[in-house]
Design a protein around this ligand. Sequence first.
Ligand SMILES: NC(=O)c1ccc[n+]([C@@H]2O[C@H](COP(=O)([O-])OP(=O)(O)OC[C@H]3O[C@@H](n4cnc5c(N)ncnc54)[C@H](O)[C@@H]3O)[C@@H](O)[C@H]2O)c1
Length: 414
Amino acid sequence: MTSEGSRRRRIALVGTGHRGTGTWGLELLKVYDDRVELVGMCDINPMRLDRAAEVIGRQTPKFTDLATMLATVKPDTLMVCTRDRDHDIHAIMGMEAGCDIIVEKPMATTAEKCARILEAQKRTGRRVDVAFNYRHAPTATRIKQELLAGSIGEVVSVDFHWYLDTIHGADYFRRWHAHREMSGGLFVHKATHHFDLLNWFLASTPREVFARGEQRHYGKQGVQLGERCSTCPGANDCSFYFDLKGDEWLNGLYGEAWQADGYHRDQCVFRPEIDIPDVMSAAILYENGVQVSYSLNTFMPIEGYHLAFNGKKGRIEVRQYERQPWPEPPVDVILKVLNDGTVERIEVPYVKQGHFGGDVKLQGMLLTEGSEDPLHQRADARSGAMSVLCGVAAMESVTSGRAVKLTELEGYPQ
Ligand SMILES: NC(=O)c1ccc[n+]([C@@H]2O[C@H](COP(=O)([O-])OP(=O)(O)OC[C@H]3O[C@@H](n4cnc5c(N)ncnc54)[C@H](O)[C@@H]3O)[C@@H](O)[C@H]2O)c1
């Protein structure tokens, strides 16, 4: 019970992998134990489920079947942390069982799946929140305040470039994320964060996308010496060797659990069957006329992003570093330069924890009854859909070589 005597939110978790067990299990309960009660946890892999229960350390009932969990514990909220391809199935099962839903990003991987979630939400009247943590990161919050205040006038274009290094970037290619059918490709799986930020910053929706995407580093671009790092004969000579056993957290969740489902966390990044681009760019036209130039690169020597808003009265830009071969900057600097020559340096303290501090703030907003949302940081199913659709349109454009309107996507939600 909270100090006000209100009931704690009864949450159940489906998908006890790294994200479910870490952010929505261990870390959530560490900070918000007074607001939430974890009433059930479910994973089809019983070995991973056992490990998750062990590290979370509560007496939470465990299930290997979602329908059984929903019928048994009747949660208020279902937290969906399964693989992207299956989010729609699990979110809709939750809604039909009477739960509100918090679904990890991307909300889904296709336009049809987004439409199914929106239809179920309308039919059941349940609430769907998409876990867009970056909206809550302090630097993003500060930029949104500037844009709302209109300090650079009407925004006409945006430059947004996201860089993943060979630690983080390569990791997508070791896992199910490397297969378009599972993740939608990084234009959906990863860029959903970035497209959502753009949609939120600009308070508009994308209309048309022209994109390019290629495989230039991983997959067929390299030489596969083994199936996975832990058994690879070439491990000593590979700069992408990943020591799963050396990572206590990941090894606990994935090291032995492959015996239950055959899934390996350390597959070779040079598997020829990898079918997603690793370098991508897109020109996006918004409904309000804003033009966006976007790119995502997964094999950089640094990690972070560059973002600039070009307005009629001036420009706001930020270069945020997350990992780089020099000391971490203590602050992010947002530079505001106006056409009259005024320059303002806005310093925002750098936050190292989960997604620049966004995870814990997002959880606080979603799980606190009556929390206020003056900057519209809470993302509903419609927002979840719009960022996915931008990524799906981008992939469609990569394949077809032409500009794609979101409304022409098969299954576009009406
Ligand atoms: N918001 C963020 O910044 C952020 C960060 C990391 C991951 N994520 C998202 O979180 C989700 C989970 O990521 P992860 O890295 O933990 O993935 P993961 O594959 O490691 O974990 C998913 C778990 O779901 C389980 N599962 C699969 N099908 C199931 C079913 N039918 N019923 C019950 N369990 C099932 C798997 O066995 C696995 O344990 C993904 O959608 C990912 O995009 C979001």
